[in-house]
Design a protein around this ligand. Structure first.
Ligand SMILES: [Zn+2]
Length: 505
């Protein structure tokens, strides 16, 4: 099994105007989005408009639902028609796209077209959502079934859209999300620290990004006692490290080019440690590295798109094991910024690993730090797995974060993190408690804890990835591992006036 995806994505082709009857005869399926009460006028100009009109009149799909039929082409092309109101929010668009592509891809087609009725004003956004669903659902996750399953046939996608569709962006975003899903789905004995490091090495070689690996000896020299406390339970001393990948925009090096940092939690398996998790809570804990995989995916997308700012990507990679050398409640450890931490619960390992990683990232004076972590059950309790939580030390960024969530369809909710919450983390023997003894508001307390490792002058947003996994998938993604966050991050970093807002005065 390859540690990295090796199936080339389907070829995308932008086609002006609607599909023609001649082209349809060469396609296995057409996915068409129509208004909920589509009439003959809205279908005008489409091939087989009267057949499609009859189908829609008979079955009247509700908004968000699909109907299907076989078109009378020589190839018996499948038509899946989904109903969506004009001007629907991105999440609604992606959810309808997810439904429609499930029906389309169930037939394992090789060539498909994605289109809307000709008069839609949001046609480009709808076709973008359909394409995102096709690229997500056409991407197979790692499988060890024997004999190997045949790979999806999907090879060509026609996109019937206007100039508003950015194909490179679409592909880079899908690749970021798919890479995050792939790595997150790998079994923990395949994606162990050595495997992860090998995969990062291969990526660095392929992309020309620089890779630095801070193993235990280097982290000891740096005084990263919070990260090393989590790593202490590993059987091998080479099973943990903080990876740093760097992207520098071509031709734009030097002063004045802003730098951002991406940070990801990469707990390869989380047993809970000395405070061992019970069976059901531990079962999916190979996905506790989803934040690191997402940070990596976003970095690669930014590099591929030639983002006009520098990016340092920091991945905190270790397992959280049980064993005689594992850290314990009441241990007191010192992080690399000098803060002493009283350990309360060894299953709150994510914030320990991130503490040193954030402090190291902050030393490079980034204008903005964005971290991703499957950090707390409290965030899932608050939001379910439909949305993720965000926190920021610059309250003015809150609306930008929520906007990026709304526009990308990966919805986030900005939680409070007022300083008075620190009273709940007051320790009698150290500078701070790792977490409170009771779990109340743990997502907020975790953010308050992390804020001690980011100097107040550095703008920072923390994403608690409650939507990283969801039974049955989410929106356009059909697998439990959702890859949530890539669309959100690219919207935030490339489309929102974020860096301009953070311009040094
Ligand atoms: Zn944990």
């Amino acid at each position: 099994m390859s540690l990295l995806p090796d199936l080339p994505p389907p070829a995308l082709r932008c086609v002006a105007g609607g599909p023609t009857a001649a082209r349809l005869a060469a396609l296995d399926a057409l996915c068409l989005v129509v208004p909920p009460d589509a009439d003959a006028a809205s279908l005008r100009g489409l091939p087989f408009a009267s057949e499609v009109g009859t189908l829609l009149a008979r079955e009247k799909p509700k908004p968000g639902r699909c109907v299907s039929m076989t078109l009378p082409t020589s190839r018996q092309t499948l038509l899946v028609a989904g109903a969506l109101r004009e001007g629907a929010e991105a999440f609604e668009r992606l959810s309808l796209a997810g439904e429609a592509l499930r029906a389309v891809l169930a037939r394992d087609p090789a060539r498909i077209a994605l289109a809307t009725t000709p008069t839609r004003r949001d046609g480009d956004a709808v076709v973008e959502a359909l394409a995102a669903a096709a690229l997500a659902q056409g991407f197979p996750l790692p499988s060890f079934v024997q004999p190997p399953q045949p790979r999806p046939a999907l090879a060509e996608i026609d996109l019937h859209a206007g100039d508003g569709l950015d194909l490179r962006r679409l592909q880079a975003g899908a690749a970021a999300s798919n890479l995050a899903r792939w790595l997150t789905a790998l079994p923990p004995n395949v994606l162990d620290a050595a495997g992860y490091r090998r995969a990062l090495g291969a990526i660095a070689r392929d992309t020309g990004l620089a890779l630095q690996w801070l193993g235990e000896p280097a982290l000891r020299r740096l005084g990263a006692g919070a990260f090393l406390a989590v790593a202490a339970g590993n059987a091998r001393r080479d099973a943990a490290g903080i990876a740093r990948l760097t992207y520098r925009p071509r031709g734009r090096q030097g002063r004045g080019v802003p730098r951002i940092a991406l940070v990801g939690k990469g707990i390869l398996f989380d047993t809970g440690g000395t405070n061992l998790k019970p069976h059901r809570s531990m079962l999916e804990m190979h996905t506790d590295m989803a934040g690191s995989a997402l940070a990596l995916g976003v970095l690669l997308a930014l590099a591929q798109l030639g983002a006009p700012f520098e990016v340092d990507c920091w991945l905190a990679i270790t397992e959280n094991c049980i064993g005689p050398t594992a850290y314990r409640p009441q241990d007191v450890v010192r992080a690399c910024n000098g803060t002493t931490i009283q350990v309360i619960h060894t299953d709150a390992e994510g914030r320990m690993a991130l503490a040193d990683t954030l402090a190291l990232a902050a030393r490079r004076a980034p204008r903005f730090i964005l971290d991703f972590a499957t950090l707390t059950g409290a965030c899932v309790n608050a939001l379910t797995e439909r949305k993720s939580g965000v926190f920021t030390n610059h309250p003015a960024l809150g609306p930008l974060l929520e906007d990026a969530g709304r526009r990308s369809g990966e919805r986030v909710v900005c939680f409070p993190m007022d300083a008075d919450y620190d009273a709940d983390l007051q320790s009698k023997v150290a500078d701070v408690l790792q977490c409170a003894v009771e779990g109340k508001g743990d997502h907020i307390l975790a953010a308050r804890f992390l804020s001690r490792f980011v100097p107040p002058g550095v703008a920072w947003a923390h994403v608690d990835l409650s939507a990283a996994t969801r039974s049955g998938g989410l929106a356009h993604v059909a697998t439990d591992i959702t890859g949530f966050g890539a669309r959100f991050a690219l919207d935030l970093l490339l489309d929102q006036p974020l860096l301009a807002r953070l311009e040094p005065r």
